[in-house]
Write a protein that binds this ligand. Structure first.
Ligand code: ADP
Ligand code: MG
Length: 714
């Protein structure tokens, strides 16, 4: 049997991972594992001295700074709890600008001098760590000689225990700052943006007549798409191993044309893997809710119930990590790349986002009463205003090299940001804009003797899957994120730009109210002005259509197709303005993020292009030459004539790519442009010939597993 067929047979085997889960009786309390490995409020209440618990929870609830005298007793309790669960080490768990998480483990145990060791963990170690930070990207903020960075405990995201077959690790979520105090991570700006939004929203709520709320939280519910493929194929493809995506591969005879995969019954092996992943996530307190097959073959989705943005964002990092870890137990590999297979749908992450008070009110939920609706319209108008003004920054916040294959590829939203409100809500705004809402008395827009609005639809009604930013009944769904994206930056941007718009509308409201205008009339007028000034960003049509590109240009919307187009918005005047006004990111911090993102872009492309050149030169070209030799040996000239020119083309394309891969002597954004404009086309040219060759070369000579295998054997 040729090599590839044997591999397919092996790939199709799987074991149940020793029936890892068993089938516990879930009506027995002890069998409920949700949060079992989390130092959550319940555990804290049980283990902390009463006054410490009270002080800690109220600081967290109010988003206030913690009294450092609490650190020692909390550390004591945390240590005791962790040791009981077999943890030998602890780590400050943080999210540097790599987009991934980082950890350095320290043992709890220290020698006592008499040949034994005792477990030690003080408040100081809980609050602050000092990782040798010289190797994390900082975009020039911290030169290597001043390598000190600090991690700082985030008490608002509970510590948790990661299990390993050989032990356990206590993870303490932390922020990561330079010794000069600049954020070097994604968590700190996110926390700052949540504070900013809370302040603005509370101020607006007071003006709107609600002074019961003490804090407004932003919430996030991410829907994560991913692929699961057999590890046989993964390890046979150097492109997947080093870049996370296939750099070669002809379109298979069968794709998702039959629409048989989406919401299809989940294959048993995949479901087993999902169940174990979910169990692990449940132990960590991640509220996983839904699972289903996605559109592409071997593509799936997992989504939790929404949480506050900080915790939800930490949980999302854990979800990505556990999806990858658990897959290996089933002989699978989880791909989180935005576009692992050309010509096949890529993977995104839908960032469902809203704002809610600590009194339980979702500010983006239309209510049953006119006054609820006044509030809803106010906040909704603020979001429309914010998204229109900062559309390019939103686009930049989700830019990465993988996204360039996905956005605008007629399967994902375009690189143009617009808002879908749904027909009903759009009609409400249009009615307000036309002035009818406050004027007429018989069209249902008047009630209670004041110019208020009718009850709004609870659920957005119609859906528009092509929209990058859609209102879905009680939240906005920002759909442009890539599957590998951390939630930190996009939510930092959303929160901050919303805070700014809310403040601006609140200023206008304050002015009108002090004129003696009634609240309802004032809000309707403000909503009208905001909507009219920003309605260009509202679009209910097909975002995949070519006409939309033309129309968007006419409307003056930004179209930023590639990462280098989008990234300069990190340091645009308008961005610096809003980010520094709200103390979320200083100009220096924005510059550092810009530099890191530019560098990640060209470095990743360089890795791809060198991998492509090497696979083409050392795996595919030899296979093609062997095939040619067989044709020559067969003495069939027709076959040789047909095939030989392709080898010449291939060789030429490879040489061109190798030349493009040489050092162009450029830096920063210029290098990014060079990669995009010179190297990427050279890679594409090599791939084009290779994919043709794949269909011609004898199957047993072709060294890479094909899409028809990788995507269909489960
Ligand atoms: P669909 O695929 O239809 O868009 P899902 O049920 O897969 O919907 O996911 C919807 C996501 O939106 C879930 O994660 C859900 O928890 C989240 N969500 C619901 N309400 C809110 C809210 N107020 N804020 C943020 N996310 C929310
Ligand atoms: Mg979904």
């Amino acid at each position: 049997m040729p090599r590839i067929r044997q591999d397919n047979v092996t790939a199709a085997q799987w074991s149940t991972n020793g029936e890892a889960l068993g089938s516990p009786d879930l009506t027995v309390a002890g069998n409920q594992v949700f949060g079992a490995n989390v130092f959550n409020t319940a555990v804290q209440r049980q283990r902390l001295p009463k006054d410490v618990f009270k002080a800690l929870s109220s600081a967290v609830a109010r988003g206030e700074a913690l009294d450092t005298s609490l650190a020692d007793p909390v550390a004591q309790a945390m240590k005791g709890w962790a040791l009981e669960r077999g943890a030998t080490h602890y780590t400050h768990w943080f999210q540097p600008l790599t987009g991934m998480t980082a950890e350095k483990h320290d043992s709890f145990y220290g020698p006592t001098g008499d040949g034994t060791a005792i477990a030690e963990f003080s408040g100081k170690e809980l609050i602050q760590g000092e990782p040798d930070a010289s190797s994390f990207p900082t975009g020039g903020i911290r030169a290597t000689f001043e390598a000190r960075g600090y991690t700082a405990w985030d008490p608002s995201s509970p510590a948790f225990i990661l299990e390993n077959p050989n032990g356990a690790l206590l993870c303490i979520p932390t922020g990561f700052v330079s010794w000069t105090g600049e954020a070097l991570d994604t968590k700190i700006p996110l926390l700052r943006s949540m504070d900013a939004l809370s302040k603005s929203a509370l101020r607006a709520l007071q003006l709107l007549g609600d002074d019961s709320a003490g804090r407004v939280f932003t919430t996030v519910g991410p829907e994560q798409e991913y692929f699961l493929i057999d590890e046989q194929y993964y390890y046979q493809r150097p492109d997947l191993v080093t870049t996370g995506r296939t750099l070669f591969g002809a379109k298979p005879p069968k794709g998702h044309e039959l629409d048989e995969h989406y919401f299809g019954s989940i294959p048993e092996r995949i479901l087993a893997c999902m169940m174990e992943t979910e169990l692990e996530l449940a132990k960590l307190g991640v509220p996983v809710k839904t699972r289903h097959n996605e559109v592409a073959p071997n593509q799936y989705e997992i989504a939790p119930t929404f949480e506050n943005s900080n915790v939800g964002s930490d949980h999302q990092q854990l979800t990505m990590q556990l999806l990858q870890n658990v897959a290996r137990r089933y002989g699978l590999v989880c791909l989180l790349h935005e576009k692992p297979f050309a010509g096949v749908n890529g993977s995104g992450k839908h960032n469902n986002w809203s704002m809610g008070t600590d009194t339980g009110i979702n500010l983006l939920e239309p209510g049953d009463t006119p006054s609820d609706n006044i509030q809803f319209l106010f906040f909704c108008a603020a979001v429309i205003k914010a998204v229109n003004k900062h559309q390019a920054l939103l686009r930049a916040s989700v830019a990465n090299v993988g996204q360039d294959h996905r956005l605008g590829a007629n399967e994902a939203p375009p690189a143009i940001i617009s808002i879908f409100l749904g027909a009903e809500l759009e009609r409400v705004f249009e009615t307000i804009a036309s002035g009818e809402a406050a004027a007429s008395s018989d069209n249902g827009f008047l009630g209670l003797g004041t110019p208020v609005l009718p009850p709004l639809p609870m659920h957005g009604g119609d859906r528009n899957r092509t929209s990058p930013f859609a209102f879905t009944g009680n939240k906005f769904e920002f759909r442009t994120l890539g599957s590998s994206s951390s939630l930190g930056l996009p939510n930092t941007v959303l929160n901050t730009i919303a805070a700014e718009a809310i403040d601006e509308l609140a200023d206008a409201l304050e002015a009108k109210l002090s004129d003696g205008t009634s609240l309802d009339e004032a809000v309707v007028a403000i909503v009208k002005d905001a909507y009219v000034a920003n309605r260009q960003v509202v679009f209910g049509g097909d975002n995949y259509a070519d006409e939309w590109h033309t129309e968007a240009r006419e409307r003056g919307l930004q179209n930023l197709p590639t990462t280098p187009d989008a990234l300069p918005w990190f340091v645009h005047e308008q961005t610096v303005g809003v980010m520094s006004k709200y103390g979320v990111l200083s100009e220096r911090e924005l510059e550092s993020r810009y530099e890191v993102a530019v560098e990640q872009y060209f470095v990743k492309l360089n890795i791809e292009s060198e991998t492509a050149a090497s696979i083409a030169r050392t795996m595919l070209l030899p296979a093609a030459v062997r095939h040619l030799n067989e044709l020559l040996a067969s003495g069939r000239e027709g076959l040789v004539d047909e095939f030989a020119p392709l080898i010449a083309d291939f060789h030429e394309a490879i040489v061109a790519l190798e030349q493009a891969n040489g050092d162009p002597g450029l830096e920063g954004m210029e290098l990014a442009h060079y990669m995009r404009d010179t190297v990427v086309p050279a890679m594409t040219a090599v791939r084009e010939v290779a994919d043709t060759l794949e269909r011609l070369v004898a199957d047993d000579l072709w060294p890479l597993p094909k899409y028809s295998e990788v995507l269909f054997i489960k």
